[in-house]
Write a protein that binds this ligand. Sequence first.
Ligand SMILES: [Fe+2]
Length: 287
Amino acid sequence: MKQNFTVTNLDSTFGATVTNIKLTEITEETAKNLYSLWLDRSLLIFPDQHLTNQEQVKFAENFGKLEFNLSPISNVRTDGTVRDPNDDDIVKSLKGNMEWHHDSTYMPIQAKGAVFTAHQVPSKEGQTGWADMTAAYEALDEDIKNKIDNLSAYHSYEYSQRERYGHKPQEESEFSGYGFDVDPKPLRPLVKVHPETGKKTLTIGRHAYKIPGLSDAEARELVKFLEDFSCQKPRTYHHSWSVGDAVIWDNRNLMHQARPWDLTEPRIMYHARLKGDPRSESGLNYK
Ligand SMILES: [Fe+2]
């Protein structure tokens, strides 16, 4: 069957909006075409899909196995009440995710990607942003590339979340769904080779905290410099959500963040996370 969806590239180095498609009715061939387009553009946005949880999982499985069951990303309890904006570990994790990051880099295998759907959105703000770390690497000066080509960073959720946002210890925390931290902390090259495109891309983000060979202060300064350089236009895109939107992104070469919103307003998203390939997404000390 001929590919019949419409692709409109975003005004950034990556990303596309895909229309004239119903994700619940795609053929195997369309799924393959979407996979190729995803590798090429890293982020695909599908407006007006209104996927059920089951449909979201089924769509995500076209792109690989899932890292864990579908998970809500939400400040609303199952009874419908909004969580305390200031003293709730789930909300603290939402706040942490307002910093740029790749998913699961603090776990032995980082995620391949994720499918996100919008079920309830605040009246304003609360966008999700992505940053193209392949374009960022390519834009760096040669001397910086030479400096970082052989450096690696340890990634830790204990650092990025517990130390910085005051999470309770794992055994007491309501937020411990897919692991809190591991020992040893995964060590990841700052410059990763994407396993499917073969392109060099930066792996940094909020979980990166120590770099062997540098002092902690130097490591933080370097990671911050790379993030500030990377996460600016035309290498970023921030999406304003409408209920029914579905997106898929490649976690191997994009970072992402949520933008703040009034946390007394409900925001309910669902997240299906694609499992990374252990051959290419394992930490260096987990191979
Ligand atoms: Fe995330």
